[in-house]
Design a protein around this ligand. Structure first.
Ligand code: ATP
Ligand code: MG
Length: 353
């Protein structure tokens, strides 16, 4: 387990960024009907971009690396929001994702595939990411590199593993710590080679998918089983697994112990991007040198705050309430054979962007 204060900046890579449009419906979504919207929010998005927005909201140094032309609406939005970024022009428009939220917080997401990235662009994006991780003159290398979200068409599913390997080859012992938050083939592909991440942030479905243990719903409902599933990833070489369990909070499993964090229910307004805010909360605490259970506490405080804010709005540290979160040690038990699914992992229905 990594430890101690880590003051380097945080770099995120978002290979498939988007302009996130959230439409607040004034009633329940009805298929085939013409409906009124109460409002619309537009934010630059994609998981790594969201993590950067959440870190920036708390004044933590962060840079978002992404493909995108200077005039692309996503890049323009980052510029006008004052979010530090390094964009790689690709000569094609980025995608826009649509989220429909109903008054009771139910959300429907429609995600587009994004522009295809050629092998040459993929290589340039990797080079730009490593360059951003070197820091600027006077600052050391980045403290963390976060690889987050889906991969656009043309990018092989093991791209994150390739980036991880290149990062560690380039920086050796001074390598930034590596966090991964993805799903489906890019998540499975990230763990294909030997460069295991220092932190993996699955939700229940992703944990089920990447371990082949139980289902997402079963893991969300049973934190001891979820911790046992996460432990199998620690045994494969992942230093820490931060598994978020929606309204049920989150758990952290490392080689040194496991903890569960819960809090009283909040009234959710939009849970889109809650997981990205959780990851940002964890990283904020970790870069301040806090203990693993305290990092977990901040992750859940951030996630709950994000869930109670509209659209993909991200909370600042001041908008979170870590005191409302209860953290308890969890005993680790091996997963019973009856919970281990056989055969290949089934694709997750919840697309990760
Ligand atoms: N309905 C909810 N009520 C309270 N807190 C929630 C709710 N949904 C999410 N959270 C908070 O947000 C955190 C992350 O949520 P979740 O596990 O759904 O992440 P996720 O599926 O990765 O989200 P996404 O990928 O859409 O950002 C949870 O650990 C919890 O703290
Ligand atoms: Mg997520």
């Amino acid at each position: 387990m990594y430890a101690g204060k880590n003051r380097g900046a945080i770099v995120t890579l978002t290979a498939n960024p988007s302009l996130d449009r959230t439409v607040d419906l004034s009633g329940v979504l009805v298929r085939g009907a013409v409906q009124r919207a109460a409002g619309i929010h537009e934010e630059p998005g994609g998981k790594g971009v969201n993590v950067c927005r959440a870190l920036a909201a708390s004044g933590s140094p962060c840079a978002a690396v992404l493909p995108g032309d200077n005039a692309d609406p996503v890049v323009q939005a980052l510029r006008s929001a004052g979010i530090a970024h390094r964009n790689l022009p690709i000569g094609a428009p980025l995608r826009a994702n649509l989220t429909l939220t109903e008054p009771d917080g139910t959300t429907t997401k429609i995600n587009l595939p994004g522009p295809e990235l050629s092998a040459a662009v993929q290589e340039s994006l990797l080079a730009l990411t490593l360059d951003a991780c070197s820091g600027t003159e006077g600052t050391g290398p980045a403290g963390w590199l976060v690889l987050a979200g889906s991969l656009p068409p043309g990018v092989p599913p093991d791209y994150y593993a390739v980036v991880a390997h290149a990062l560690r080859s380039r920086f050796g012992a001074a390598s930034p710590l590596l966090a991964i938050d993805s799903s489906g083939p890019p998540l499975l592909g990230a763990l294909l080679h030997d460069a295991m991440p220092n932190l993996l942030k699955p939700n229940g479905e992703e944990l089920a998918e990447v371990t082949g243990i139980a289902s997402g719903d079963e893991l969300e409902a049973d934190p001891v089983l979820a911790a046992g599933a996460a432990l199998t990833l620690v045994e494969r070489g992942v230093s820490a697994v931060l598994a978020t369990l929606g309204a049920r909070g989150a758990l952290l499993v490392t080689a040194d112990g496991a903890w569960l964090a819960t809090r009283p229910p909040v009234i959710p307004r939009s849970t889109v991007g809650a997981g990205d805010s959780s990851l940002a909360g964890y990283l904020l605490a970790q870069t301040e040198g806090r203990t693993p259970p305290e990092c977990l506490r901040q992750a859940v405080a951030h996630g709950a705050a994000a869930a109670s804010l509209p659209g993909t709005t991200v909370p600042s540290l001041e908008q979170t309430d870590p005191g409302a979160v209860t953290v308890t040690p969890l005993e680790l038990h091996p997963v019973p054979a009856s919970s281990a699914r056989r055969g290949p992992a089934t694709p997750t229905p919840k697309e990760q962007d």
